[in-house]
Design a protein around this ligand. Sequence first.
Ligand code: PGA
Length: 261
Amino acid sequence: MRTIIIAANWKMNKSIEEAHRFALEVHESCKDKEIPGLVPIIAPAYPYLGLLTDVAKNCALEIAAQDVSAHLEGAFTGEVSAAMLASMDIKYAIVGHSERRQYHHESNELIREKLAALQYYGLTPILCIGESLNERDAGSTYKVLEAQLEGCLRGINIHAPQDLIIAYEPVWAIGTGRTATGEQAQEAHAFIRSWLGKNFSTKLAKSISIIYGGSVNPKNLAGLLAMADIDGGLIGGASLVFENYRQMIHIALEKLGVVHD
Ligand code: PGA
């Protein structure tokens, strides 16, 4: 069975006090060092990574960066390298989020360089891909996903599930309250998994977690997780409230059969 990932993408939200309190509450609610089959993740803004990594020690919570530099080190003002993240014991980083693609003009080629930097330092990338509404309406969803997968993963070595997590995030569903239906998301996830099978191996494709993002909340998560190829969520707005995050972890545990309602 593939690992379920419940990842909170806080984007540019929360004061340090709010971030700290939230992480302490998660720590309090999941004191286990590991939860077999589930990885709960929080991706806070860069300045909070150190504090939250300390809180997450000795519990199952993992901390992720929301981005990483494509450069390994040097004169790149404002950038944070994969080496810096690795030195803080951070194991995950989001790359290629549609907000980075849209507002910072990130290309598939740049994202590929970021993936290579993360790979070099042993971090797991959470690679975001997804089509815009125009692209979906034009019937080119698969063409767009394929171009993103090819552009971002060309030459990247993937041997094990910890080498890559893919987040399918249709741009039209992000922050809009308009979630893809379970069936729409499932179709895209199955397409991504079959692409991985063709370009890497079927065995690897079966083991990689593909998570869905775009207006996920405690009400729709169970329906999404019921789909064969949906292995969790990358959650923005709904993840800012601790009670929502707690409920979504609970829903994932129910799916794993660890807890019952
Ligand atoms: P949302 O954001 O849950 O607020 O739609 C998801 C994301 O952008 O990762």
